[in-house]
Design a protein around this ligand. Structure first.
Ligand SMILES: [Cu+2]
Length: 423
């Protein structure tokens, strides 16, 4: 008999592992860095930003994570069929390198949901989600999706479908890690988050409702073999990713459609002098006398307050730059009685140093070629089945080796179970 301990923040109770989880921090569209935290819904508090979902399979946090029901200010424009790259970090602000602790093995998936122009108007939790890609264990590479993510420095690229109706979307990632699932305890961890997108297109119709699922609800059975899977003992090539089948609406046209930013709600405004995640610094008032100078400086400090107060766990590098290059310069000018201003600055919305360095080369799309399978067919489970026989005894050898390596880890999990059983 299994005791079902679904994601009770199990690992979070153990300090050495507290920082070893993961969170989605940065989005690239066709190779262009949108900025750390920009267009991304993530947990607002840094100390829990990388933690798995704590509320269980029925929690609203399953949709876009903790605080994921709250829209952020910016929406990023993507051309039809654009390549998205998601960056995952162990430390949201990139204080230390790493994507996710290598003990965390399991599948990954990407979902989309069409929402209204007003990002606040459509709740993330609820119907309308469809899965555009998933991967469990790659038998050819002998790696779980998470292991491939680590090998790619926490970067995952995916091509968007070309047959989507133009409009606003949430793009959601789902990482499920199975390292704490043993023969006695089913404690998978869910790491989810969302990006706010506008996807250009126009040729696509609506998303058929029979291809969509509700989140939470898309995975409801904690006893299913997709969650109750012992990665230390079971054959990973038999693993099936949970949730719906992949639906990848393609259009016949390969022409890349783009929409100009001024037609899209929530894009970073052209007046943005410096950006930090979803905050934007705009020009301070011009002045010609002392009073005006100090008023302008105050305007700068007021903007700075908002920047620091709204900075997500990815950090406040942009705020610091605004403080140094704008407010401090302005204040010094007022103090030295230069009452004609403001002084010229060389700030750019994405100034050097606002974003953490990109940890590696952006990888090719995980679904390159997969979409040719045909829409709605997907690769849910199929990839594992198709490659299982090809992998042969070597795969088994790999598994054994992994068991040996993870022995200490299993013992630790057993200890944890005892701790968890205490009142
Ligand atoms: Cu973890």
């Amino acid at each position: 008999m299994h005791s079902l301990l679904f994601t009770l923040g199990l690992a979070t109770a153990f300090a050495p592992f507290a920082a070893a989880h993961t969170t989605f921090t940065t989005l690239f569209i066709d190779g262009v860095n949108q900025g750390d935290g920009t267009c991304i819904r993530m947990a607002k508090k840094g100390d829990v930003a990388t933690f798995p979902i704590a509320g269980g399979l029925g929690s609203k946090d399953m949709a876009c994570g903790l605080d994921g029901q709250d829209a952020v200010a910016f929406t990023c424009p993507a051309p039809s069929g654009a390549k998205l790259t998601l960056e995952f970090r162990m430390w949201a602000d990139a204080a230390k390198p790493g994507a996710i602790d290598d003990s965390h093995v399991g599948p990954m998936a990407i979902y989309l949901k069409k929402v209204s122009e007003d990002m606040k108007a459509t709740p993330a939790a609820g119907g309308g989600w469809f899965k555009i890609w998933d991967e469990g264990f790659d038998a050819a590479a002998k790696k779980w999706a998470t292991e491939k993510l680590i090998a790619d420095n926490g970067l995952l690229s995916i091509d968007l479908p070309t047959g989507l109706p133009e409009g606003y979307y949430l793009a959601r990632h789902e990482i499920i890690t199975l390292q704490n699932v043993t023969n006695n305890v089913v404690a998978p961890q869910f790491y989810v988050g969302c990006a706010q997108l506008h996807i250009a297109g126009g040729s696509g119709g609506n998303i058929p409702s029979d291809k969509t699922v509700a989140i939470p609800g898309h995975i409801s059975d904690a006893t299913s073999p997709s969650l109750d899977f012992n990665v230390y003992q079971e054959d990973p090539t038999t693993y099936k990713v949970p949730g719906p089948k992949v639906f990848f609406p393609t259009s016949g046209s390969n022409t890349k459609v783009t929409t100009t930013n001024d037609k899209i709600a929530g894009t970073v405004p052209a007046t943005c002098l410096l950006k930090n995640a979803n905050w934007c610094g705009t020009a301070v008032p011009a002045y010609t006398d002392e009073t005006g100078c100090w008023a302008s400086a105050q305007n700068c400090w007021d903007q700075l307050d908002v920047c620091y107060n709204t900075a997500p766990p990815t950090g406040s590098r942009g705020c610091k730059l605004w403080e140094e290059k704008m407010c401090t310069v302005l204040q010094n000018a007022c103090q030295s009685k230069q009452f004609q201003g403001p002084p010229k600055t060389d700030l750019k919305a994405d100034a050097e140093g606002v974003n953490a360095p990109v940890p590696g080369k952006l990888p090719g799309a995980v679904n390159e070629g997969v979409k040719q399978v045909g829409e709605g067919e997907g690769n849910n489970g199929a990839a594992a089945t198709a490659t299982a026989s090809a992998a042969g005894p070597e795969a088994t050898g790999g598994l054994k080796k992994k068991c040996g390596l993870k022995k200490a880890r299993r013992e630790e999990i057993r200890r944890r179970r005892v701790v968890m059983a205490l009142p």
